[in-house]
Design a protein around this ligand. Structure first.
Ligand code: NI
Length: 139
């Protein structure tokens, strides 16, 4: 981390009260400054995510029934087709039917989105989400 710089921000009192209430609910480890830093970092990650030519990292989480016809094979084939972009995956057998898979993908945001759309759009995937993050290299 670089030098800490203090700056003042003018804000509507009611808005600040609500913000402080949210910060308080997050516990004593978080103070107002840390909460503002988190928001700024999140905004920068989102901006980087929108600049589709830069490398980003994302996790794709999905839940599916491995008994569904050909589903496991289809998901597996998709992942093999994108083996250069998929860096890691974890498979958890949730119960007798359901599997949870978490896949880490690195590439441009367009590539990561396309892989996530293909996996999450596969018929039989019950729930899924792409969470974009960043290496922080460009922040
Ligand atoms: Ni399983």
């Amino acid at each position: 981390m670089g030098n800490l710089v203090r700056f003042s921000v003018a804000m509507d009192e009611a808005l600040l009260d609500r913000f402080d209430g949210m910060v308080a609910r997050r516990g004593s480890a978080v103070n107002r400054s840390e909460a503002v830093r988190d928001l700024v970092r999140r905004a920068l990650v989102e901006a980087e995510w929108e600049a589709s030519d830069q490398e980003i990292v994302g996790t794709i989480t999905m839940v599916f029934d491995h008994h569904a016809t050909d589903l496991s094979d289809k998901l597996d084939s998709l992942q093999h087709a994108h083996h250069e972009r998929i860096i890691s995956s974890m498979h958890v057998h949730l119960d007798a039917h359901n599997c949870l898979e978490v896949i880490v993908v690195r590439g441009t945001s367009a590539e990561v989105r396309s892989i996530a759309d293909a996996l999450l759009g596969t018929k039989g995937v019950k729930h899924g989400k792409l969470v974009p993050t960043t290496t922080g290299r460009h922040l």
